[in-house]
Ligand binder design. Structure first.
Ligand code: PLP
Length: 383
């Protein structure tokens, strides 16, 4: 495609975009059942559009926005039981995890750094390992798909820069035994990073609703950093990830001097330089607007749908659960899975099979009638 010589008028451009995006699946269609993203909350969209020009890469210019990011980080820290939080609203869970690994590596100062992580960890750690020259040491999972803590222990050595635990795995929504990992981390004097990119906006509320889930946050003294993503269950617009550190020193070891900014030189810890202030402001606005009670309602609905849908899968011939759901993700296997996946995709369902199962993520845009329609198609394919 050529760079146009002359511009089209606005209307034409917009029409062209409407036409070209017609084949995109949208959240309001009810067809996207296997994503951890959702339609952002209307208030967040308003805030995002209103403050689209703010750049947190040059905080000296946007001092108010910088303060709001700090407050958003503090509120996330408070949710995670940390009195004084250090961190950033970043581009997503990937950047948050990379920052944690970078901080652990820089703190450790070993020649051949190694990170121990569950086999269920998100692929962002593969990027982190590759970019940062950190060897990934994969720990086995138990039959319930949580990490085998004894295997983690057996892998700790002189080169270990840290351990990772997952609070809400991408595939199954499983929460590792973070209290045991935290004890291990303290015993061996290594930091523990908890990847709660998904679970961070679910577990605190699910626990308040009475769901029996392990502790996963800064109440556990071995936990030094947590990834918690507002653009997943937090209903913030993309991009909005969160990285929270227990101590300032973790931020210090990953900060570089940005000397020539219009707003004055600053130390910068994030991977991205220029970065959207609108994201941090939208996160702040949503937390203020929804509060703990508002998020609790969102999670209550998602967990109820999860329970109902899991039971429906149990009642479906030819399909069975991988395990009982811990969070709002239902993963199931079927007979003849490749064909089932192909037919479902052909019928317009935004689901995919991975590691031998299909997973349905009960995001806020997913409704019971969407799931009923999906079940009708699934049963027909299996029937
Ligand atoms: N960590 C976990 C547990 C995830 O589930 C995901 C994404 O699904 C990520 C990290 C990466 O997040 P992002 O896609 O926002 O970079």
């Amino acid at each position: 495609m050529r760079f146009p010589e002359r511009g089209m008028d606005e209307e034409e451009v917009l029409e062209e975009l409407e036409r070209l995006t017609r084949e995109d699946l949208t959240f309001d269609s009810g067809r996207i059942l296997g994503s951890m993203c959702t339609m952002p909350h209307p208030l967040a969209i308003k805030v995002f559009c209103r403050f689209i020009d703010r750049n947190l890469g040059d905080p000296g210019l946007h001092v108010g926005s910088r303060r709001i990011e700090r407050e958003a980080v503090q509120m996330l820290g408070d949710l995670l039981h940390l009195e004084r939080a250090y961190g950033h609203i970043v581009s997503g869970g990937t950047e948050a995890n990379i920052l944690a690994v970078r901080a652990f590596r820089n703190m450790a100062d070993v020649e051949k750094p190694e990170l121990i992580l569950p086999k269920s960890a998100h692929f962002s750690f593969i990027k982190a390992g590759e970019m940062l020259g950190v060897k990934l040491v994969w720990a086995e999972l138990k039959s319930d798909y949580t990490v085998d803590v004894r295997d983690v222990e057996s892998k700790i050595g002189d080169n270990t820069i840290g351990i990772v635990g997952i609070a809400g795995t991408t595939g199954l929504g499983v929460v590792d035994d973070i209290p045991a990992l935290s004890d291990l981390a303290r015993d061996y004097g290594v930091p523990l990073h908890v990847d709660a990119a998904f679970g961070g906006f679910v577990i605190p509320f699910a626990k308040a609703l009475g769901y029996d889930l392990p502790d996963f946050d800064f109440r556990l003294k071995g936990v030094q950093s947590v990834t918690i993503d507002p653009h997943k269950m937090g209903m913030a617009p993309i991009p909005a990830g969160g990285i929270i550190f227990r101590r300032k020193k973790f931020i210090k070891v990953i900060s570089v001097l940005a000397p020539y900014l219009a707003g004055g030189k600053v130390w910068q810890a994030t991977i991205t330089g220029t970065r959207p202030g609108a994201s941090a402001l939208a996160v702040w606005a949503l937390i203020k607007h929804l509060g703990f009670e508002g998020y609790k309602e969102i999670v209550a609905r998602a967990m109820e749908l999860t329970r109902w849908f899991a039971q429906e899968i149990k009642n479906t011939a030819g399909a069975w659960l991988v395990r009982e759901p811990m969070l709002n993700i239902v993963a199931f296997k079927t007979k003849n899975l490749p064909r089932v996946e192909r037919v479902l995709k052909g019928r317009g369902w935004g689901v995919s099979a991975h590691r031998g199962y299909i997973r349905i993520v009960m995001m806020p845009h997913v409704r019971k009638d969407h799931l009923e329609a999906f079940l009708r198609d699934l049963r027909e394919v299996l029937g």
